[in-house]
Design a protein around this ligand. Sequence first.
Ligand code: HEC
Length: 101
Amino acid sequence: MKTTSLLLTALLSTGAFSAPLKIELPAEAPTLKAAAGVEIAMQNCLTCHSAEYMTTQPPLSRAAWKASVDKMKGKFGAQIPAEQIETLVDYLSKNYGQPNP
Ligand code: HEC
């Protein structure tokens, strides 16, 4: 018993367990562009993934954004109120869409 605690003391004092732990986190993920409808996106789209994950897509057409939102809702269960979908798709296609959708 005494041997065990001596061994433990010896181990602890060697510093084996006290190496400084340095953790570097990546820079904070950029947030969504402030524009009409951003609050809908913030409330409904950031529960499962980051803003960066959504916005680093190639610019999508309005139809493609609509399909993406429908997929998030239908397949993945995003809780987007039906009456907010049009505003949300407008927001996404205006801010992250093709120049002339
Ligand atoms: C319930 C969880 C959930 C919510 C809420 C959600 N997503 Fe997603 N989203 C996912 C998952 C899971 C994936 C990865 C799907 C894959 O790998 O195909 C994803 C992927 C994406 C992608 C990458 C392209 C793709 O289709 O895979 C985009 C863009 C996207 N989401 C946009 C949105 C937008 C816009 C909203 C808000 C309307 C939203 N997401 C809300 C779960 C969610």
